[in-house]
Design a protein around this ligand. Structure first.
Ligand code: AMP
Length: 267
């Protein structure tokens, strides 16, 4: 019986807000997505609860933790994106690098500028991502401040991933979670590229992710202290949006990682 429980996996989602439920006056504080074994479930739920309660963006007064059984036949796999880092020192250089990266993934320059502006002009951070047409830059989803929330993903081998991140001197939740999310997003049908920077005021690093060029880490994409961050997913013109949104929100994905993460630097 115990063995059977240990073989089962669960999707665990956490979202926390302050001042009420998000979308009903509440402010987004934090969120997290994991796929964990039955044996690790209790500990993971507790650590997510602690994370929601101790986030530097403020004290959460609404915390939602959702646990769902994942059957083996529901799981698909995708590869971890290769990682490269841009050598930039200022926000201006960082956004220039993001623009150049996006254009190289075949996002139009106009759409890339729309994406950067869409995040920087947010009055408050969203819980999810905006979908923009990769040619026109027009917003495609009708999900307002909620956006599209990518869930139900993790790495296939958490211990191996942790070892390879440490060996590459990549520490903390941000990069671990962003690499997993970016790998799922890049594998989605109709996605050209992703642009992200964090809403965590102390974390100024962001990235451009794509199947074509991998995960391009950009050390500075906003000023320290800025509480606004966000994600834009650039979508091929004419893509099947309901199929794409279903994949991002519902398809269970485990990211397959190797023993080693090589980080190359781009100037
Ligand atoms: P973070 O990197 O967690 O600071 O998140 C930065 C921004 O990305 C958030 O403000 C959200 O707009 C967006 N975001 C965070 N998590 C997700 C997710 N799972 N799916 C889609 N967008 C997300």
């Amino acid at each position: 019986m115990l063995e059977e429980i240990a073989r089962e996996n669960f999707s665990v989602k956490m979202r926390a807000s302050q001042g009420g439920v998000l979308g009903q006056g509440g402010k987004h504080i934090s969120g997290a997505e994991r796929i964990v074994s039955g044996a690790d479930l209790e500990q993971q739920v507790l650590s997510m609860l602690e994370r929601a309660q101790t986030h530097q963006k403020g004290e959460a007064d609404f915390i939602n933790i959702k646990v769902e059984l994942v059957k083996p036949e529901m799981v698909q796999y995708c590869p971890l994106l290769p990682l490269a880092e841009h050598a930039v020192a200022t926000v201006t250089e960082g956004r220039q690098a993001a623009l150049a990266e996006l254009v190289q993934t075949s996002v139009s320059e106009a759409a890339a500028r729309c994406g950067i502006e869409a995040i920087s002009k947010l009055a408050t951070s969203m819980r999810g991502a905006m979908l923009l047409d990769s040619l026109s830059g027009e917003r495609l989803d009708a999900l307002g401040q909620r956006g599209v929330r990518v869930t139900k993903m993790d790495v296939a081998d958490a211990a191996r991933f942790q070892r390879s991140l440490a060996a590459a001197h990549l520490y903390g939740d941000h990069v671990r979670e962003a690499l997993v999310l970016a790998s799922k997003v890049a594998s989605a049908p109709g996605i050209v590229a992703e642009l992200c920077w964090s809403d965590d005021p102390d974390y100024v690093t962001g990235y451009v992710g794509s199947a074509a060029r991998g995960y391009r880490r950009i050390p500075v994409l906003k000023e320290k202290g800025d509480e606004i961050g966000g994600r834009v997913f650039f979508v091929q013109p004419g893509a099947d949006l309901p199929r794409l949104i279903h994949y991002l929100q519902e398809q269970v994905i485990l990211v397959q990682t190797g023993e080693q993460i090589d980080v190359t630097t781009t100037h």
